[in-house]
Design a protein around this ligand. Structure first.
Ligand SMILES: Cc1ncc(COP(=O)(O)O)c(C=O)c1O
Length: 384
């Protein structure tokens, strides 16, 4: 029997499927009885938080835990304003940048309105759009053989903008594809948009970028006042478990988001940690450097196994297994390595592999080599 509460749910919610996070280590331990697990499934920073973050958390007076944090995030917004060269009024804090994406949808969408995103764009966009009852217009992605396989096709996205379009989501770089859009085409795209359309440029992986043509869209806020740039502390800063993200936008947009933002949406530890993380340039630099060299090594090794991958700008690689990927995923699980199936994106031949430490990547590569040579199909009995 179906869920009897479904008919009571808001119409936009009825068609939604829950977001599928990467399998937690504890679940793999329970289900498979394996240990010494390597998790390369959620694009976290394998180095974890830096020392300054750990010290800041340890130094927190214990009785502070019983008090609500500063609901306005005064200090953190000041520090972020300095980082980006904007006024603190431009910053909206979130419980992860995910929270800000949802705030954008809640504040600007409703059932008669639309939002545009690309096929294979980050899975939270369609959830946020549809939960508000709005319609997601999904632009087909660029084809596999193009310069940016599975990447955003800005021309196709522009074609889907109309009188009802209030939001466009652009992940730059995108998860799970690792693709990115360069400054010139993005600027041209923004120029085509009507005034009633706001554009969220999601720079969750922006710190990892080394393409000189990659635009930091915060620099364009004066020219394009309809831009909202989101950032996170979950990736290069290593604070995914603490859930802190934010957006930079015109103060007027931030003011609207503040109307729907929950009080205290950034918790005390998250706020303290984010402030300390901003000051630890060394840890950020180390994290980005290690990611670049290990991502290259992973890509080369996976290519050496005869696998196609999408050249990535993020801290993960999308790999084409050349067959249904689920049996490979399961065979890797049995070898205590968690990667991410992406069939929920319509990519059932692909796996997304987060870049780990050198030791973790060695484990992944060894396990992958064994699974490939054993023939994942035989080993996993077909899978789904
Ligand atoms: C493209 C993109 N945007 C936003 C997020 C949300 O991250 P968080 O809510 O941890 O800031 C993620 C997380 O994986 C992501 O891949």
């Amino acid at each position: 029997m179906g869920n009897p509460y479904l008919r009571l749910a808001a119409p936009g919610v009825r068609g939604l499927k829950p977001y599928q996070p990467g399998k937690p280590i504890s679940e793999l331990e329970r289900e498979y009885g394996v240990s010494n697990i390597v998790k390369l499934a959620s694009n976290e920073n394998p180095l974890g938080p830096g020392q300054r973050v750990l010290e800041a958390i340890r130094d927190l007076p214990e009785n502070e835990l019983a008090r609500y944090p500063d609901g306005g995030g005064f200090e953190l917004r000041q520090a972020l304003a300095r980082r980006h060269g904007v006024e603190p009024e431009c910053i909206t804090l979130g419980n992860g940048s995910n929270d800000v994406l949802v705030l954008m949808a809640e504040a600007f969408l409703q059932d008669s309105l639309e939002a545009v995103h690309s096929q294979y764009a980050f899975a939270v966009y369609p959830i946020a759009i549809q939960a508000c009852g709005a319609t997601a217009q999904v632009a087909p992605a660029l084809p596999p053989g193009s310069d940016s396989p599975y990447g955003h096709d800005l021309a196709a996205m522009a074609e889907r903008v109309n009188d009802k379009t209030r939001l466009v989501f652009i992940a730059n770089p995108n998860n799970p594809t690792g693709t990115w859009v360069r400054a010139e085409p993005l600027r041209e795209f923004l120029e085509t948009l009507p005034e009633h359309t706001l554009v969220v440029v999601d720079q969750a992986y922006g710190e990892y970028m080394d393409d000189p043509d990659y635009p930091d869209c915060v620099d364009w806020l004066d020219r394009f006042p309809n831009l909202v740039v989101t950032h996170t502390f979950s990736k290069a800063f290593g604070l995914a478990g603490l859930r802190v993200g934010y957006s930079v936008s015109a103060p007027g947009i931030a003011g609207i988001l503040d109307r729907v933002r929950q009080p205290f949406n950034v918790n005390l530890l998250g706020g303290v940690a984010a402030l300390a993380a901003l000051e630890d340039r060394q840890h950020l630099g180390r994290s980005v450097e290690m990611n670049a060299s290990e991502r290259d090594r992973l890509q080369t090794a996976l290519g050496g196994f005869g696998l196609d991958f999408v050249p990535s700008a993020g801290n993960f690689v999308l790999v084409d297994m050349g067959r249904t990927a689920m049996p490979v995923y399961e065979a890797l699980l049995r070898k205590s390595v968690i990667v991410r199936p992406v069939a929920n994106y319509g990519l059932d031949r692909h796996l997304r592999i987060s870049v780990g430490t050198p030791a973790e990547n060695n484990r992944l590569l060894e396990a992958m080599e064994e699974v490939l040579s054993a023939g994942a199909k035989d080993e996993a009995g077909g899978g789904d």
